[in-house]
Structures are given as structure tokens and as C-alpha cells.
Design a protein around this ligand. Sequence first.
Ligand code: ADP
Length: 232
Amino acid sequence: MTAPSALLVEARNVMLSFDQTPALRGADLAVAAGEIVAIMGPSGSGKSTLLHSLAGILVPDSGEVWYDGRRVDTLGETERSALRRERFGFVFQFGQLVPELTAEENVALPLLLGKGRRGGALAEARSWFGRLGLDGLERRRSGELSGGQAQRVALARALVARPGVLFADEPTGSLDSLTGEQVMDVLIATAREEGTTVVLVTHEPRVASYADREVIVRDGTVSPMSVGRVPS
Ligand code: ADP
């Protein structure tokens, strides 16, 4: 008998088209709990569509998406939205902070949406600033933060509710390479400390090299990364 599988997130033969354009043509990906996986591949190959399908943002035309033993693609919009809010954290290329709110209010948002008390949510939010190298920036608005600082605030917001999975779509895409590396350093270190599973889309090999495993998406299907290996 095999040991019980510790798969947390899974796409099985996922197909998804936008109008007549196929974006995913039978994509399979299985991510174990605690694993950090980088999804690589050329622009337009379907990386973001795969991430959005795994995260319950897009619903595939066919195939299956699973999270923690639960079928995701058959859930209704309300249940998928609750799953995203309660179990998933998101970081996108541009941090998408709410400009009217301070950094600590931005970080507290997921807790407030989960009906947390304001005082407790802000205290919890503040506890992330030191960990992410953001001490002293709690009361700044996004216009008063550098790109790297804003992206670390976005990372704190994605992690504050202690999600099962962090979905990151080109999280360093708008940053210079040094700042991008600093963001990746804290993203990976914090995910490892928290035991958070990470699914990361990037087209940058340096960013992907932080992951435990790299897969490549081409023409809407997934294959293991094989760069540097001579085909037998
Ligand atoms: P990647 O993340 O690898 O750059 P995407 O998943 O964004 O690729 O896109 C895959 C394909 O689907 C591309 O042909 C893209 O043009 C198309 N596509 C993605 N999103 C949409 C959309 N909202 N409407 C129409 N076509 C889309």
C-alpha cells in the first residue's frame, strides 16, 4: 500500500479557452503541501491561466481542479470566493495596494474581510513588518513606498491570514533585479517558516531557481523542466 498522498493543489487535464483561443490544452500539475513550485514558460503559453485555474479564479471548460481533497472547479462562485479569501494568498506583478489606506491597513485587509476586529487585525498586520524588513513603514501610503517595499507589503497582505497556498504571478516582474531578489528572499524565507505552499509564475530563471521544482508550460500543457539535460 502506498502512503497517503500529501498533494495540496492539483490540476488534472485542465482545458480552458478564451472565445476561440485555447489557453490550456490538458494541463496537469500536482503540488505537494509545503512545496514551492515555479511555473515557467514563454509569454502567452498559459502560465497565468493555469495559476488562475488552480486558485479558483477561472473555471476550466473541462478537467478538474483540487485543493486539499476538495474539488474546486465544481464549486459555485460564492464558495470559490470564500475558498480564495480563507485559504489562498495572492501576490501579483504590481502589488495592487489600496492607495487610500496605510501600509498596515492594507496588510490588515484580509483579516477585516474575514470579520476580524479592527484593533486585533492591525496588531496582527503590524507584527509582519519587522519580519519582512518593513519596520517604520506601517503608516505610509503606497505612494510613499518604493516598488520593493510596496511588493513586500503586498506579500505581508497575502500571508497575514496564514493561507494554505500563496499564488504569486510574476511577483518581481515590475522590480529591478536586486530588489526582485530581496523580495524573493523574504517570500521564500517566510513561506518556509510558515510551511506555506507556493505556486509561482515567472519567466525569469533566477526567480524560478528559488523553487523546489520548476515546471514549464508550453502551448497550454505542462512538462517538467528539462533545460540543461540532453534528451536521451
Ligand atoms: P502567460 O501567463 O504564459 O503569458 P496567459 O495564461 O496569460 O499566458 O495566456 C494564454 C493565452 O490565453 C494567450 O494566447 C492569451 O492571449 C490568452 N488569454 C489570456 N487571458 C485572456 C483573456 N482574458 N481574454 C482572451 N484571451 C486571453
